[in-house]
Design a protein around this ligand. Structure first.
Ligand code: LRH
Length: 478
């Protein structure tokens, strides 16, 4: 088979991109075509995604891709998980909410747990309790009377795919983050939906990654379902076929875990806040959501004020990281997973309050603050890798860190030091690569198991290895 050109649309919580890929056996080349910010909008009723702006940018990005490529064989879309639009007769009912909306986060779990307790829910859906899981958000919509008129619930990539093709489906890896798929069978849990008062028709037919979803007329290529949950695509692109590794998909979130064949539905897994999300090819992504680079980006946003552009924010971050490298690693460490850090706003003040409550010193400069965040993240990454190994019984001899976090050398080294394991960092564009590889296999340009897709990544990408220095003194909290 000969190489093909494919387009990946990858939407993250802070920015989106359209990337062209040339993929064939042992071949993988990326060309960045478009990059655009993804800025939430606060309305009176809460925090929303600007889905129309995103769709417009996807369309113009795809048009630019079509101009730059002789022939695009397929398009694939992935984004962050859990969020959705409600529709009736193909028409959107309102603007999708952002998972960081605080009010819904407070109401949803209570509404659901009135009908089913957390432990029973975990046994059914295998998901980590996050206050924004789709099941909780839908419970808010139901309480607000918003489900009365809806005849479909489409997750963000499925929503954009529907606008491009008219096809109504639910891609399975992303659907696994709703809390409404059975952990074992990976089909909609109709009984659970009925218990919660959600109509059957809300949930579209499930499709697996690799399914062709119809033509995108604007560019004369078919849309192919990929691991449309960005984390599922990122895990496809881990640059090794080896099994004895843990991964960290590090962007806004740090998704830390291992890949398994079967879910782990034990009480211990639930108590450790582990999740069993659906991976490509039926694998299980057994992981825990660590708060991630959000802690850095939101702190910078607070320090620079609301007027700063995303370019100004990222150059401020680079500068502070360089200064933070000179701060000793023996800064205090806080629990990055405290839910108080979830909502947008003044994070440095909330971190300072956490440290004060735990009788720990508050860093006295911005570089020291940044170092404190980096070390706290690294400690959580290290602890979570150890817990993933213990809960799954899997041997872990290296950590693969993929995504934007791979550019953060301070964080990669701190993770190596605090875990005592080598950290192999990269590729940065793992999500787009996973998206492209699944498309390439679907159109026949490459073939084989996930391991052989990963071998293509290993053969073409150059990750950087961070070796642990002798374990420094590790600080524990709580
Ligand atoms: C990362 C991510 C993560 C989800 C969160 C909502 O982008 O998809 O896997 O838990 O966003």
């Amino acid at each position: 088979s000969s190489p093909v050109e494919l387009a990946a649309v990858d939407l993250g919580a802070t920015s989106g991109r359209v990337i062209l890929g040339r993929v064939g056996p042992g071949e993988l080349e990326l060309r960045h075509v478009a990059r655009f910010p993804n800025e939430p909008v606060a309305l009176r009723d809460g925090l929303h995604w600007d889905v129309l702006g995103l769709y417009r940018n996807v369309l113009s990005g795809l048009a630019a891709a079509a101009r730059q490529s002789a022939e695009i064989a397929s398009v694939g879309i992935d984004s962050w998980a859990v969020d959705y639009a409600l529709l009736r007769n193909g028409r959107m009912l309102g603007v999708p909410y952002h998972y960081r909306d605080e009010r819904r986060g407070r109401r949803g779990p209570q509404l659901v747990h009135d009908a089913i307790d957390g432990a029973s829910l975990f046994r059914r859906n295998g998901l980590q309790h996050l206050p924004f899981n789709t099941v909780y958000q839908l419970a808010c919509d139901r309480a607000d009377g918003m489900l009365d008129r809806a005849d479909a619930m489409l997750l963000i990539p499925d929503l954009l795919g529907f606008q491009l093709t008219g096809t109504v489906v639910a891609e399975r890896t992303n659907a696994s983050t709703t809390g409404l798929l059975g952990a074992g069978a990976r089909d909609w849990d109709r009984e659970l939906a009925t218990t919660l008062g959600f109509a059957r028709e809300l949930f579209p037919p499930l499709v697996d990654p690799g399914t062709s979803l119809g033509a995108v007329e604007a560019i004369g290529a078919p849309l192919t379902a990929v691991g449309s949950h960005d984390t599922a695509s990122a895990v496809v692109a881990i640059p090794t076929p080896r099994d004895d590794i843990a991964y960290i998909s590090c962007g806004t979130w740090g998704l830390v875990g291992v890949e398994l064949e079967e879910p782990v539905l034990t009480d211990a897994a639930r108590e450790a806040s582990f999740t069993n999300e659906g991976g490509v090819d039926g694998r299980v992504r057994f992981l825990h959501n660590v708060m991630g680079l959000w802690l850095l980006s939101e702190s910078i946003r607070t320090w620079l004020g609301p007027g700063a552009s995303s370019a100004e924010q990222s150059s401020a971050l680079q500068e502070l990281l360089a200064q933070a490298a000179a701060v000793p690693a023996s800064v205090p460490v806080f629990d990055v997973d405290d839910p108080r850090f979830l909502a947008p706003g003044d994070l440095p003040a909330r971190i300072a309050a956490w440290l004060g409550e735990h009788d720990l010193p508050v860093p006295d400069s911005r570089p020291a603050f940044v170092r404190c965040i980096v070390e706290s993240l690294a400690q959580a990454f290290a602890d979570t890798v150890a817990t993933a190994a213990a809960l799954s019984g899997k041997r872990v001899s290296a950590i693969h860190l993929v995504g934007g976090g791979a550019l953060n050398g301070l964080l990669c080294q701190a993770t190596a030091d605090r875990s005592g394991l080598p950290v192999v960092a990269g590729p940065v564009e793992a999500t787009a690569i996973g998206n492209l590889l699944v498309q390439a296999r679907a159109v026949g340009a490459i073939s084989g198991s996930l391991e052989s897709l990963r071998a293509v990544v290993a053969a073409t990408q150059r990750p950087q290895t961070y070796t642990p220095t002798t374990m420094r003194e590790t600080v524990s909290y709580g």
